[in-house]
Design a protein around this ligand. Structure first.
Ligand code: ATP
Ligand code: MG
Length: 202
């Protein structure tokens, strides 16, 4: 039987309840056996800002998902040198899990709308599925995707997730820490404790 595995990539700076709730909703609705969180390697700059060390982002991701037996974390993009392309990540994971594994990339609708700008986008869409979580009023641009990748590939490999939008972002959490405001319930209690213990974002 095919094993269905969700992949959630992100900077996770820090990982928050929006990520966790989305991953769990996708897992349930699409009948995935597992969801693997993949922290991205250190980008030189993200929106002109320094990103927390990869080690801290990895630890926070690990402690955030520890309580869910269906969740796991992969260091695959942290261990690779040079630019990280999703298509390379997928090839490596496919090799590690075997041909029976079927992968579902979970991302925001805004990211999927820009799929044509990704490295080897057409091939990537052929070898895995995408699940678009809509947020901040950003709808999936299906006409554009159909034009770029063809009707049948898009209808079989691009899926939408009907969940309510959660106005939680890592940007807001970092700002709150800086301003001394509460981040309780926006991140798990363990991640909250880690942020304060390590003095992140202050
Ligand atoms: P930042 O504010 O620093 O951009 P972020 O909150 O967007 O951080 P990322 O690590 O960039 O978090 O996001 C990783 C993935 O999770 C992306 O695909 C993003 O679209 C998705 N995501 C982020 N926040 C939410 C949320 N509240 N609900 C659903 N998906 C989310
Ligand atoms: Mg973001």
């Amino acid at each position: 039987m095919k094993q269905k595995i969700g992949l959630m990539g992100g900077t996770f700076d820090p990982i928050h309840t929006g990520h966790l709730l989305t991953a769990e909703a996708v897992r349930e609705q699409f009948g995935l056996q597992r969801v693997i969180f993949i922290p991205a390697a250190q980008p030189p700059h993200k929106q002109g800002r320094k990103v927390a060390p990869a080690y801290d982002r990895l630890i926070m991701t690990e402690i955030a998902v520890a309580g869910n037996p269906c969740f796991g974390v992969s260091r695959i993009e942290l261990q690779r040198s040079g630019p990280s392309y999703s298509v390379d990540t997928l090839r490596e994971l496919q090799q590690a899990h075997g041909q029976e594994a079927e992968f579902y990339f979970i991302t925001g609708a805004d990211a999927i709308n820009e799929l044509s700008t990704w490295h080897e986008a057409q091939h990537l869409l052929e070898i895995c599925h995408f699940i678009a979580a809509t947020r901040q009023g950003c709808a999936l641009d299906l006409p554009r995707l159909r034009r770029e990748f063809g009707e049948s590939l898009v209808s079989s490999h691009v899926h939408e997730l009907p969940t309510p939008e959660l106005e939680i972002s890592s940007t807001d959490i970092r700002r709150r820490v800086q301003e001394g405001r509460s981040i309780k319930y926006l991140v798990t209690a363990e991640v909250e404790a880690y942020i304060y213990k390590e003095g992140l974002y202050s």
